[in-house]
Design a protein around this ligand. Structure first.
Ligand SMILES: [Ca+2]
Ligand SMILES: [Ca+2]
Length: 95
């Protein structure tokens, strides 16, 4: 069982580094053009769809600006999903 935990923690480290924090708009906007496209959004939310963008696309641009992205991220609750994925690998008995 200890081996399983160690392997799981190691496998999660790379993911944790990318997902432990709520994403910043500047980080998600990979090409820094001021708009988050569906492809960019899917880097942090693989199950996101154009419908998700459209729901928060106030100016109907088809992409998310800074404000629109913040509104989306609050609704999507990236923090909660990241925490469930990481599952406290540094303190496995602290639950
Ligand atoms: Ca962009
Ligand atoms: Ca927009």
């Amino acid at each position: 069982m200890k081996t399983l935990i160690a392997v799981s923690a190691t496998a999660l480290l790379g993911t944790a580094a990318a997902m432990a924090q709520a994403p910043e708009f500047a980080e998600v906007d990979a090409d820094a053009n001021g708009e988050v496209t569906l492809a960019e959004l899917q880097e942090i939310a693989p199950d996101a769809t154009q419908d998700d963008i459209d729901s928060y696309d106030i100016d109907d641009s088809g992409t998310l600006s800074d404000n629109e992205f913040v509104a989306w991220s609050v609704s999507y609750d990236v923090d909660a999903e990241a925490e469930s994925d990481v599952d406290e690998p540094m303190a496995p008995q602290n639950r």
